[in-house]
Every structure is written in structure tokens, then in C-alpha cells.
Design a protein around this ligand. Sequence first.
Ligand code: URA
Length: 211
Amino acid sequence: MRVHIVDHPLVGHKLTILRDERTDSLTFRNLVDELVTLLAYEATSSIAVEQRAIRTPVAATTGVHLSQPSPIVVPILRAGLGMLSGMTRLLPTAEVGFLGLQRDEETLQAITYANRLPDNLAGRQCFVLDPMLATGGTLVASIDYLLDRGARDVTAICLLAAPEGLTAVEKAVGDRGNVQIVTSALDERLNERGYIVPGLGDAGDRLYGVV
Ligand code: URA
């Protein structure tokens, strides 16, 4: 499994405002959108392309074009939805599937409550959107789901990751498939409630309020 921590001043700047407890929900949503677009640029550096012959107004040349079948973007409900527009801005032709997974706050295990994805993902490149890689339970369940259905590779884009979560995903994935994690920072640890420290709090609540 590859881990890519995007070290860029703009990413650091936006992340710092996201972390700040004084940042209001509207600013938080807008910044997540911008940050995901920056992370998506890095996350798609190995996206499959094929050669395409074209003519410019001046001459014939060969360029590249995204391959078929198109990539699938999979936001993990609910907080991953806040990352969707930032991702599809860069990949407007991607298909979008949905996985509803949430943490049981007692056991910290992932529970699936919704799924809208093709059964057969053979050969597909998948981009999972999950803001907080904390215990790793949600991401492990999502990656398992996609690899079990034949996904060719899975890239998870996370705003933040904890070392515990990265270790859990690495252990669960083993040598199955081609898995990559792209994140803006690797934080210190999880606290006793499973929150990332220093983190940014509950991403879903900060995006959408407490419902
Ligand atoms: N989920 C969140 O929203 N925040 C954390 O810190 C951990 C999991």
C-alpha cells in the first residue's frame, strides 16, 4: 500500500483553517471543496489514459485521453459527500457510486447502511472519499467491498489520517490489489473516543451540523 502525504503550502494553509474550531460551517464546506481538488490532483497522477490522435489548428499530434471504463468516485456517506464536488470538478466524466458506512461509537466498528455501486467492478479505478482515516474501520470495509468486486485499484482520499488507521488499513489490505492513500497530513494519534488528535473534530458535524 502506498501512502502519499501531500506536502504543499496551499494544502497546509487550507488545512489549518479547517482545523481551527472558530471556522464556521460554510467556510469549512468551501475549504473542504478546495482542499479535495488539490488532493485529487495528486491522487489521479496514475489515472489510466490512452493515446488519442488529434489535429490542432496547426498540425497533427498525439495526446492522451482518460481510458474507458471511466473511474468511479465513491463518497462514504455522510461526511464523504462534502468531498464529492471537489473531486468531480477534476473528474467530471467519472461515475459516482455511494457507500453508507458509519462507526458504531461503542465498538468503533464500521456498519454498512447503504450501497449504490455496480456488483462488477472488474478493471475499474476507484477513488474513495472519506475525510477522516481514524481507526480505519470504515476505510477497510470500503476497500474490501471494492476489491472483492474486482476493482483494479483503489485510491482513498482523506483530509487527515491517524497512524493507527494507516496501520489498520495496511494490515487488512496486505498484498491484495493496488491501494493508495492520499492525505493532507498524518496526525499524532487517536484519543480514547477514536478522534484524531489534533484533528479537526467531527468532520460530518462540521460540514453539516449535528443531526
Ligand atoms: N471521524 C471524524 O469525523 N473525526 C475524527 O477525528 C475521527 C473520525
